[in-house]
Design a binder for this molecule. Sequence first.
Ligand SMILES: [Fe+2]
Ligand SMILES: [Fe+2]
Length: 203
Amino acid sequence: MFGGCSAKMNNDQLNETIIFSFEVFLGLDNLTLMHSQRVQKLALFLGKTMKLTSDELNALGVGALLHDVGKQYIPQEILQKHTPLSPSDWDSIHKHPIHGWAYANRVGLNDNVKNIILNHHLWYNGEGGYPRTDSLVTPGPLTQITSVADVFDATLDDRLYRPGLPLRSVVSYLEEQSGSQFSPDVVKTLFDHLSKALQIIGK
Ligand SMILES: [Fe+2]
Ligand SMILES: [Fe+2]
């Protein structure tokens, strides 16, 4: 479905990714790790349903698993807060895509994976989210899928600073933001398979 995606990983790249993943597992808190695994499973389901190629699915699987890898650089006292986060806490958290991109770049992950990590909080239309730049950047299709899977899981999930939202609120939010924050194609695919998606993330 999504043409022009050169994501094929050779064995060396795959080995590097596995070693990298061990580093990630040691550096990330348990809540982020469990969230990342659910986002990977859901993103791969959406990607398969949308008939991505095997190369695209390879990049999506790695990128979705590692999308929040930059959170290992956010102080634990912020990630473990049980009270609402302050503006400066959010400033710190909003840097995680850039931290993650820098780490992925250092260990040599490919551009498709790095783009997922860097842009998973950027809006589909490029007009909101983060990180923003002077020029308009719109996330690619693999990032669009990761973004929907990420928000779907994160909003339903209990966080230390707030309980999970009810399903109807999450569905309304995705509906309202379809075409601006989220890809309409990805949202429609999720809604067409909502029961299966909930099962995949254990809800
Ligand atoms: Fe994130
Ligand atoms: Fe996330």
